[in-house]
Design a protein around this ligand. Structure first.
Ligand code: NAD
Length: 300
């Protein structure tokens, strides 16, 4: 059993913290939103009054925050974790943020004598609730080994991807594949519709041929072939288009910072931004098929 601080108890952080409580840990949580903080108390955790108070009273801190600027602020701000936690406190940031911020904060943590890993997740709110998340981890070996049993209370697959920032790198590379492949699969179904090719026939062929991929066989963007995919429930997320746009934005920023050519990633981001700006950011990202179909997304 460990004393764990948890900062950011939102859609993901709330159920992740609840799973730490279930595993028998003493969890001290904090969130700007009192409703989120109360949910944590209802789940059996305790609420901290401030980040300094939380930092001074735990051995491990997990953060699950919206973006890089929140992570920089919570760790390196005047009243932040690095100024207040004890030397040797293990720091785990599970937010999805830019690689540069992840490496910046990890370097500051190292200087403060606190081992840190970046450990973004995939698996969504369902995975957070079920404790089946995948963690992609960047950071030193010793910090990874210390964090692993804690991550196993919240997830099923834990991959050490290398040094600081490599967890974030793995996450955005994977999600760039996903964003691009979902558009590719969606375009194929739209073309099939126009050519009079039945969607189930296209699925039967491509799911066993060279077009096979996760976007087709697990998350098929049209209703029917994969009954569990969001297409069968009017594209209720799942993983929203706004979140896909966020991750593709992070991928483009990272690509620019190292001079990598990612033209399809750039195009995928432009399409998701258009889709979000048309008021569909809350729809599952596989709903991009409606946008590509045109005609208000109405199926022929
Ligand atoms: P969310 O907005 O529901 O939760 C974030 C929480 O952080 C909010 O409750 C907010 O009040 C709190 N917060 C912000 N600043 C704070 C501060 N200074 N101190 C204390 N609390 C603060 O977001 P979420 O869906 O839980 O996502 C969190 C992270 O996980 C994001 O980086 C997101 O990209 C990533 N992620 C989300 C999903 C998903 O399906 N929701 C999947 C994978 C990864």
């Amino acid at each position: 059993m460990a004393n764990i601080g948890f900062v950011g108890l939102g859609n993901m952080g709330g159920p992740m913290a609840a799973n730490l409580v279930k595993a028998g840990h003493d969890v001290l949580g904090i969130d700007l939103d009192p409703v989120a903080a109360q949910r944590m108390v209802d789940a059996g955790g305790r609420q901290a009054g401030s980040i300094p108070e939380l930092s001074q009273n735990v051995d491990i801190i997990v953060t699950m925050l919206p973006a890089g600027r929140h992570v920089r602020d919570v760790y390196t701000g005047e009243t932040g974790i690095l100024k207040n936690a004890r030397t040797g406190t293990l720091l785990i940031d599970s937010s999805t943020i830019d690689v540069e911020s992840a490496r910046f904060v990890a370097q500051k943590a190292d200087l403060a004598g606190m081992p840190m890993i970046d450990a973004p997740v995939s698996g969504g709110v369902g995975g957070a609730e079920a404790g089946t998340l995948t963690f992609m981890v960047g950071g030193p070996d010793a910090a990874f080994e210390r964090a692993k049993p804690i991550l196993e209370n919240m997830g099923k697959t834990i991959v050490h991807a290398g040094g600081a920032g490599n967890g974030q790198a793995a996450k955005i590379c994977n999600n760039m594949i996903l964003g691009i492949s979902m558009i590719g699969v969606s375009e194929a179904f739209v073309l099939a519709e126009k050519l009079g090719l039945d969607r189930q026939k296209l699925f039967d062929v491509s799911s066993t041929a060279s077009g096979q991929c996760w976007s087709l066989t697990t998350y098929c963007p049209v209703p029917g072939p994969v009954p569990t995919s969001p297409a069968n429930r009017d594209y209720t997320p799942g993983f929203t288009s706004a979140m896909m746009a966020k991750d593709l934005t992070l991928a483009q920023a990272a690509a620019q910072s190292v001079g990598a050519a990612t033209p399809l990633g750039a195009e995928a981001l432009a399409l998701y931004n258009l889709f979000c700006n048309s008021g569909q950011g809350g729809l599952d990202f596989s709903g991009i098929v409606k946008f590509l179909r045109g005609n208000d997304g109405i199926e022929p």
